[in-house]
Design a protein around this ligand. Sequence first.
Ligand SMILES: Nc1ncnc2c1ncn2[C@@H]1O[C@H](COP(=O)(O)OP(=O)(O)OP(=O)(O)O)[C@@H](O)[C@H]1O
Length: 255
Amino acid sequence: MSLRAEGLTCVLGGRTVLTGVDLAVEPGEVLGVVGPNGSGKSTLLRALAGIRGPAAGRVLLDGTPLTALRARQRARRIAFVGQEEDLPPDLCAGEVVALGLVPHRPPWAGGDVVERTAVTAALAVVELDGLADRPVDRLSGGERRRVLLARGLAQDAGVLVLDEPTNHLDVRHALGLLELVRSLRRTVVVSLHDLDLADRWCDRLVVLHDGRALPAVSDVDPDTVSRVFGVAAARVTHPVTGRSRLVFDSLRESS
Ligand SMILES: Nc1ncnc2c1ncn2[C@@H]1O[C@H](COP(=O)(O)OP(=O)(O)OP(=O)(O)O)[C@@H](O)[C@H]1O
């Protein structure tokens, strides 16, 4: 599925956070969204997922404006996994994941064996086998993130919109999650604070700066990173893997 934003302007609490954002995500592409704190990453992702409509502009899913889809139709096509969610503490991990199946079943249809199987499979993908019956307030922060990702996977939508999915994850699980996301071959929009991870794992990156989106690029220029984030950025070659990596230091250290 393709996702396209045309002239998106997003206003929060009377303040214009983003102006005139144009971007396109091709079917099967992983598009990263990066930018400093408060630059509007979550706001953009929510607009792309149809959770909060823009003040101006539109989002098209395979050419159809999101506003033309009912919520249930939209949820079958776009799964959104937000940064933080206040989950009722005694809800079990499996019940959270089962929420991802709601758009696919008729109203009031209860849980059954098929649902249980889908929940078990989604939890296994995020390496949380056997935790279906554990209340979410007895999970670690990283485990809760993975439960939310499992809910997004269970939703079985063609487009995944992930806001900071690697928050709380240790380095192995963070890399594993991005490997998993790529292997799904779905259309993905993902915001990441870790610029090096974003640079390595996304097909293209959009940098948010001063309320606008810079054109998407496949290799972000270290000078752009330095200017937008106010750090000394450079590219180096990883001594073991030979892959190109972004490294950073404070501007003070570079002078
Ligand atoms: N409800 C609100 N009312 C007014 N301003 C808001 C509201 N929610 C967020 N903002 C502001 O909108 C801007 C964009 O917020 P957003 O959460 O999209 O940024 P972000 O890039 O995701 O930030 P972070 O990297 O810190 O997660 C910020 O300046 C924030 O203070």
